[in-house]
Design a protein around this ligand. Structure first.
Ligand code: IPE
Ligand code: IPE
Ligand code: MG
Length: 241
């Protein structure tokens, strides 16, 4: 195979798409004797900094895991507090993101979210749809298994309608919430946990993983730069020899 047709094999440059499991907000706060929501607020501040750092680090696609389909198991206070943080984040960051060329998208199931939050999500997606400097995707009420069930239902409807005969991997990918997004090259999880917790199981099948002990509210753009440097040294083979 000609070298130019296999650009991803061997030494890498910056990952095109970075996905982050932002974990450790609760422990960060608890360690200081503070309510867990303080950790979530600090975590949201970190998101802003990481978003701003991405374009200069050569990252064009950033996906962050903000709330999983399993996170409803938490206390009502924590869940309501988190939903308020998401709402305020969108309200306060909308102008900045629109001006800085950020295209914001959301993945996950929206039905269970507050109507006002759903409206805000739809309006910022529409407002930033022309942007391309950074593609920021926020996973809210996202679970990979839930997404696959919803995608399978869509795929089955297309098959029943005669639009698809024999479904391919690409046909299923087109039914996922992430349709149109490139697969993540690198998945980072903070806080020392070494599990994926239902994040992008289909899309991250060939992603590289980085697990760091740093709690999310302590994860700076410098930490990100270090992780990206390590990514550059990895040998991605995609099953090749
Ligand atoms: C991640 O931090 C944020 C969400 C899951 C919403 P956690 O809240 O899970 O923090 P820890 O894992 O309890 O420290
Ligand atoms: C994963 O973190 C979800 C998010 C970061 C939004 P959790 O803290 O919910 O995951 P587990 O419970 O440790 O697997
Ligand atoms: Mg956690």
């Amino acid at each position: 195979m000609a070298a130019e047709t296999a650009p991803s094999i061997g030494a890498n440059t910056a990952p095109r798409h970075v996905a982050i499991i932002m974990d450790g907000n609760g422990r960060w706060a608890t360690q200081r004797g503070w309510p867990r929501l303080v950790g979530h607020r600090r975590g949201a501040e970190r998101v802003k900094q990481i978003v701003r750092a991405c374009p200069d680090l050569g990252v064009g696609w950033l996906t962050v895991y903000a709330f999983s389909t399993e996170n409803w198991k938490r206390s009502t206070e924590e869940v309501i507090g988190l939903m308020g943080i998401f709402r305020r984040y969108i309200e306060r960051e909308a102008d900045g993101m629109a001006a800085e060329g950020v295209r914001l998208r959301f993945i996950g199931s929206r039905d269970r979210l507050d109507g006002k939050l759903q409206d805000l999500m739809a309006s910022i997606e529409a407002r930033t749809a022309v942007n391309a400097r950074l593609n920021l995707t926020v996973a809210i009420n996202y679970g990979g298994r839930d997404e696959l069930v919803r995608a399978s239902t869509r795929l089955a409807a297309k098959i029943a309608a005669g639009q698809i005969d024999r479904p391919t991997e690409a046909d299923l990918a087109a039914c996922l919430d992430t349709a149109g997004l490139p697969d993540p090259d690198l998945v980072i999880r903070t806080s020392g946990e070494t599990r994926t917790s239902n994040f992008l199981p289909f899309q991250a099948a060939y992603a590289e993983y980085e697990f760091t002990q740093t709690l999310w509210p302590d994860f700076t753009p410098d930490h990100l730069a270090t992780v990206l440097d390590r990514f550059g040294l990895r040998d991605r083979r995609f099953g090749g020899a």
